[in-house]
Ligand binder design. Structure first.
Ligand SMILES: Nc1nc2c(ncn2[C@@H]2O[C@H](COP(=O)(O)OP(=O)(O)OP(=O)(O)O)[C@@H](O)[C@H]2O)c(=O)[nH]1
Ligand SMILES: [Mg+2]
Length: 440
């Protein structure tokens, strides 16, 4: 027990000694600082407590974003105490006025980010440019020129006299309307003008237009093909169009132009190269067939054209084609044996009743009145159903259209006005007459 008391007393004594030591040490430190301050020596500061949240300087990134400066006082970094200068009182810095309150930054307007533009729809596939139908008026330049003198003269006159009639007759003959048709047109026109008491030249021009249109109308100019592509009402299929005419008038080119139109209309078209006189003829047709999307049936050079027609019709039937276009060799309408051969070709097609829908006589407009003689011979041989008048674009004799219609009663169905596959248009009497008799 006495031992225990001794140990306790020792511990208590030890603790007292430690407490005394700490107290002395603090006092010594305080004393040292006081002395240092009096002497102007730097005083070691105890480490600053960590800045409290929201009071310290804005972090760099906040300032970069324009965050409002903190209203907290700047950090206290003890300025080194000024060394007291002898004889001069230590200036005391007046307390800086408190900084004006920084107005709170206006809240930034709420900006809703714009929706990104909707991705543009992919461009629609460009449709093939629509075929531009060539204008007859633009291509009829040379035939129009035949009437330009008459039109100019008529425009400068105040009354209709003999000179007007003479000039009109001259123009009609110049355009190759032909003597018979010209005489008929003038007689009818004089009678109408007298009946209607027309005295104004402008009125006469309107009467002339009406008279020429009446020579050309009415008639059915449609090429015969059931447009639904399923043959005739009697079920006949395929349909056949034969092309006949003298050498070089444009038969093969016209076939290509019509094939392009029919293929474009969704029909399946077979071209029969029944011109077997020259190998080049079948090759020419083959080139066109490829270009316009038609199919070709050909024979050997010198083969019987009748066998080519037969083969083409069989092929068209088995391929379910809608139309067969038969290209024949050019021949002089005066050559009897060649016209007989043409009759034979027609008979082969006629073996399929109702198949032959058109026999188209191709006439070169530049040949003028000679075309009338051709038309008569071909019609006698194969019963022509319509005329294709080609090369109107280069002819001064477009008036032949009136003669063909008035003298033979064969309708001009389509006209060729250029060498490309697009240069074929249906013949429209009103458009034709307007093109002939308009200035400018
Ligand atoms: N300017 C113009 N030329 C044409 C027209 N039609 C055809 N031709 C041209 O006339 C020439 C003869 O054309 P083809 O189609 O070969 O004539 P074709 O009647 O088949 O000739 P053959 O087979 O020899 O009897 C070619 O140079 C064609 O380009 C047309 O409407 N206008
Ligand atoms: Mg030909």
């Amino acid at each position: 027990m006495a031992n225990l008391l001794v140990i306790l007393a020792i511990i208590v004594l030890g603790l007292l000694l430690v407490a005394l030591g700490i107290g002395l040490s603090r006092r010594a430190q305080r004393r040292t600082r006081e002395i240092s301050e009096q002497l102007g020596l730097p005083v070691e500061q105890p480490p600053a407590p960590p800045p409290r949240a929201g009071r310290g300087p804005a972090p760099e990134e906040d300032r970069d974003r324009g965050a409002p400066p903190s209203t907290a006082p700047p950090p206290t970094r003890p300025a080194p105490p000024a060394r007291p200068r002898p004889g001069r009182p230590t200036p005391t810095r007046p307390e800086a006025p408190p900084p004006p309150p920084v107005p709170e930054a206006a809240p930034e307007p709420l900006t809703i980010p714009e929706a990104p533009p909707a991705p543009e729809a992919p461009p629609a596939p460009t449709p093939a440019p629509p075929r531009v139908r060539p204008r007859l008026r633009d291509r009829l330049g040379r035939t129009r020129a035949a009437f330009s003198g008459f039109l100019t003269d008529l425009g400068g006159r105040s009354k209709i006299d003999d000179e007007v009639w003479d000039e009109l007759e001259e123009s009609l003959l110049l355009a190759d309307v032909g003597m018979a048709t010209t005489t008929r047109v003038l007689a009818d026109l004089r009678a109408r003008a007298a009946e209607m008491k027309v005295s104004d030249p402008a009125d006469l021009l309107e009467l002339l237009k009406a008279e020429l249109v009446s020579v050309l109308e009415p008639t059915d100019r449609d090429l015969r093909l059931d447009r639904d592509g399923h043959g005739a009402a009697d079920g006949t299929r395929p349909h056949v169009w034969m092309f006949v005419g003298v050498n070089g008038v444009g038969k093969t080119t016209t076939i290509a132009k019509l094939a392009q139109q029919e293929v474009g209309a969704g029909h399946r078209v077979v071209l029969a190269a029944a011109d077997t006189f020259r190998a080049a003829a079948a090759e020419q047709l083959g080139t066109w067939a490829e270009r316009v999307g038609a199919e070709l049936v050909r024979g050997q050079e010198g083969a019987d054209p009748g066998s080519v027609v037969f083969d083409a019709m069989s092929a068209a039937t088995s391929r379910d084609a809608d139309l067969v276009l038969v290209d024949t060799a050019g021949r002089l309408h005066t050559k009897v044996n060649l016209m007989e051969e043409l009759k034979k070709l027609r008979r082969i097609v006629d073996r399929t009743p109702g198949a032959l829908r058109e026999v188209l006589l191709v006439i070169d407009a530049t040949t003028g009145q000679n075309g009338l003689a051709q038309a008569r011979q071909f019609t006698e041989a194969v019963d022509v159903t319509g005329v294709v008048l080609t090369k109107l674009d280069g002819s001064a004799k477009g008036g032949i259209v009136l003669a063909i219609q008035a003298e033979l009663g064969i309708p001009v169905k389509v006209v060729g006005i250029g060498e490309t596959a697009d240069d074929l248009i249906p013949f429209d009497p009103v458009e034709f007459v307007d093109a002939l008799l308009s200035m400018g």
